[in-house]
Every structure is written in C-alpha cells, then in structure tokens.
Ligand binder design. Structure first.
Ligand code: PHE
Length: 464
C-alpha cells in the first residue's frame, strides 16, 4: 500500500520537501511586509514564541496523524475518528483541508506567476529601466501588469503547469527532486544576498529594528497576526504536513523533524527581513504602505546597485522556486485525496486536479483589474477582500486554516488518546521526557490561541 502511494527516499528527502512547503511567499513576501507594519522587534519575538508554542506542537500533531494512518487528510481522519467520539464527522477536517488546498493554490499561483514575469523583465533590462523612477514602477505594476488579464492568466497557467508536472512525477521523483535541488540553491542565494546586505550602510539599523524589541509598539492585533502568520508560513491547518508525513517511515523522529522544519522556516524569514530592511534602510526610498513592496520597492533599491538586472533576476527566480515547492504541497493535498479515496492513479489525479484548479484560478488572475466584474465582486465587503482574489485569500487565511488547525489540535489533544500518540511519537525517537509539555501545548495552549483568532474574526476584528 505504502509503496504504491510513494515514500520519501529518507529523512533528508522528507525534511527538504516539508521545509520547501513551509518556505514560500509567506516568508519572502508576507513576513517582511507584516514585520514592517508591526514595527519589528517585539512582533518578531512574539512570532518566534508563537512558532514554538503553537506551530511546532501542531506540526508534530499533523505529521503524527499522517504517519500513523499512511493516508492523506480525508482518509486519515476517517480512519482514526471511526470509533472515537465524533466518529465520521472528523472526516470533515480532511475535506476542509482539501478545500483549503484548492482555494489557496488558486490564488497563490497567480502571485507566484508574477515572479516569472519579473525574472523575465529583469533579464531583458526593462525592470532596471522602470525602477529608476519609483512612480513609473508603481504605475507599471498596478496598471500595466496586474490589470493585464492576458498576462496574469498566462503566468498563472504557466505556474500551475510547473506545479502539476512536479506532482505528476510523484513523491520521490518529482516533489523530492525539485526540493533537493531548489532548496539548497535558495539557501545559497539568500546567503549571498545576506553577505551583500551586511556591507550596506543600513545593515545595523536593520538588525536593531528586527532584534531589539520595543514592547510599547505591540498591540493585540499584532499578537494575533503573528499567530495567524505562524500558521500560514508553516503550512499548518490544512493537512499539507499531514500528507507529507504520510510518506515517511517509522525510523524518523517526528518531533525532531518538526523542530528542524520550523527552525529553517523561521531562519529564512528572518534572513529575508535582514536583506530587505538593510537595502531599504540604505536607500532614501520610502517604503510604500502597500503589500506590493516586493514588486515595487525592492527593484528600485536594486536599481541603484551595479548589475541591477542580474541581482533582480536571481532574486525573483529564487522567490519563484520557493513558491513552487509550496504550490507542490498544496496540489499534493488535493491530488492525494483523489489517489487515496477515489482510487485514481497519481497521473490522473495530478493532471485533473491541477487543471481544475488552474481553470478556477483564472477567475483570480482576472480579478486584479483584468475584468471589471470579477474585480469588483466583494462578498466580505472590506477593502482587503476585494475581487475574487481577495475573497479567496480572506476565506483561506482567516477561516479555513485557523479552523482546520483548531480541529486538528482538538483531535490529537483530546480524541486520539495518549496511548496512540505516545506510541507513534516514540517510533524513531525513543524516550520523550518533554512529552507532557507537548501534550499541554496541544491540548490547551494551541486550541485556546487559535480559538482566539477565530473569535476575533467572528467579531470582525481581523488580524490582517
Ligand atoms: N507555507 C507556505 C508559505 O509560506 C504557504 C502554504 C500554506 C503552503 C499552506 C502550503 C499550505 O508560502
């Protein structure tokens, strides 16, 4: 059974693929941006606390359920929930994960597609020319690029094509191979950029901003945002880690793996911040308030450097790679449902699901200005939820992931039973003196913290 579903080649393969899922637009685009909005230091510290107290425990829980059942989310919750309180209803957690994977991928791939266009623009030199005038770049991005439906659809479809290809070739040949090559490359490129940024005049200021906390700037909203982001960036709450965990064997230590993945993810997010803030601080360019900083501010900073085109190209290529290893995990959740539950072959599942999501995602691609109706739809009624794109992002980040994470924590903390959990965690790990600590975190701390996000969303005081 396990053989036909696929398995990682070993521990490193799994760690790389799971880290690849975690590291993505969340780290390189969103984290620097929200850290800027939330005034650095104290926010960063709270975020690290959230990763340790809530993120790592839930990641352990997800991988545990995946390995225990050797199934993807729907089947996993069906089989474990069967003779427990709640019974078949737990299967809903799995379906929620599939829905979240579908939804997130349909718009994530649009943003990921931008990196292809920006790599292209960097190589032709156009970006460097545009970037000499920050206003020109802003106008270009909003009016000429986002509102150009044809381009948006084309890059989105292209990115979905790459993603589908990797999932098509399966766990070892596709997903793992992509992650094995791309992740080390990503680290390398980031290190080069980090080394470069340490020579800039804004480096010390950046370190100070990020690592010297000023708690007077911290609000309840930033605490909740830190928690929400910990979820998104660690790929939790929708069964991505659960699915990847279903391809590992019993000699891997789940707690150690979860810790390593979270550590790598956090380090990359912090390095991205140091790089971006160093170069922003070294220039006299005002950071625009919008979340488009990655596409409108960074190139103007690079433009002041020698070999701007080269730096820009590498930078966007790297972000595209990071996004690819994340989109792969999103499609994998949806495809593995069809493989495990509907009995489809991997090829049929990846191509069918990839195509359906690609077609649905066209609505997102056209809702950034390309099509007036799709752009003006706003079911939620807030500025950030405008268009089909905004609505999908809102649904996924504010509802599907937190609710999914909450239910996963409840299930593992309260329903699964201590014997099953201890038994599974000990495999590949041995004695666990900290088991009690983890159990308290997964039983009380994680559900309460995630519950707070859900309540704040219900009350209409979103964290983002
Ligand atoms: N963790 C990814 C990122 O930071 C996004 C993601 C979320 C991937 C949920 C899979 C599942 O970009």
């Amino acid at each position: 059974m396990a053989e036909s579903r696929g398995q990682w080649s070993g521990r490193i393969g799994f760690i790389l693929a799971a880290t690849g899922s975690a590291i993505g637009l969340g780290n390189l685009w969103k984290f620097p941006y929200i850290t800027h909005e939330n005034n650095g230091g104290a926010f960063v510290l709270v975020y690290i606390g959230m990763v340790l107290l809530v993120g790592v425990p839930i990641m352990i829980a997800e991988i545990l359920v995946g390995r225990r059942t050797q199934l993807s989310p729907v089947g996993a919750f069906r089989s474990l929930g069967k003779d427990k309180p709640g019974g078949g209803a737990w299967t809903g957690v799995g379906f929620l994960g599939v829905l979240a994977g579908f939804t997130i991928l349909s718009y994530y791939s649009v943003v990921a597609g931008w990196t292809i266009h920006y790599t292209y623009l960097s190589l032709t030199g156009e970006l460097a020319t545009l970037a000499t005038d920050p206003h020109a770049l802003q106008t270009y991005f909003g009016r000429d690029f986002l509102a150009n439906g044809k381009l948006q659809v084309m890059y989105h479809l292209m990115f979905m094509g790459f993603t589908t290809g990797a999932v098509y070739f399966g766990v070892q040949k596709g997903i793992e191979r992509v992650a094995k090559i791309l992740l080390p490359l990503l680290f390398l490129i980031l290190l080069v950029l980090l080394a470069y940024s340490s020579t800039t005049s804004g480096f010390n200021e950046a370190l100070h901003f990020l690592f010297v906390p000023d708690f007077s700037t911290l609000t309840t909203g930033s605490v909740l945002e830190a928690l929400g982001h910990a979820f998104f960036t660690l790929s939790l709450g929708m069964g991505a880690m659960l699915t990847y965990g279903s391809y590992i064997n019993k000699d891997i230590s789940i707690p150690r793996a979860a810790f390593q993945i979270s550590l790598l993810d956090t380090v990359i997010a912090l390095i991205a911040c140091v790089i971006m803030f160093s170069i922003i601080n070294s220039s006299d360019i005002e950071v625009s308030k919008s979340s488009t900083i990655l596409f409108t501010t960074i190139p103007t900073v690079f433009a002041q450097l020698p070999a701007a085109g080269f730096f820009n190209a590498i930078f966007y290529l790297l972000i595209g790679f990071a996004a690819l290893t994340s989109t792969i995990s999103l499609l994998e959740v949806v495809s593995s449902y069809a493989i495990d539950d509907l009995g489809w072959t991997r090829r049929r599942a990846s191509v069918t699901m990839g195509s359906v999501i690609a077609v649905f995602g066209v609505l997102n691609a056209l809702s950034l200005g390309g099509n007036a109706t799709l752009t003006s739809i706003n079911l939620v009624g807030r500025e950030s939820t405008a268009g089909v794109f905004g609505t999908m992002d809102y649904l996924a980040s504010n509802w599907f992931l937190p609710v999914g994470g909450f239910l996963i924590a409840l299930f593992v903390g309260w329903i699964l039973g201590v014997r099953d959990t201890v038994d599974e965690l000990q495999k590949g790990h041995g004695e666990m003196p900290w088991f009690k600590l983890w159990h308290v975190l997964i039983k009380f701390v994680a559900p309460l913290a995630v519950g707070a996000i859900i309540v704040s969303v219900i009350l209409g005081r979103e964290y983002q």
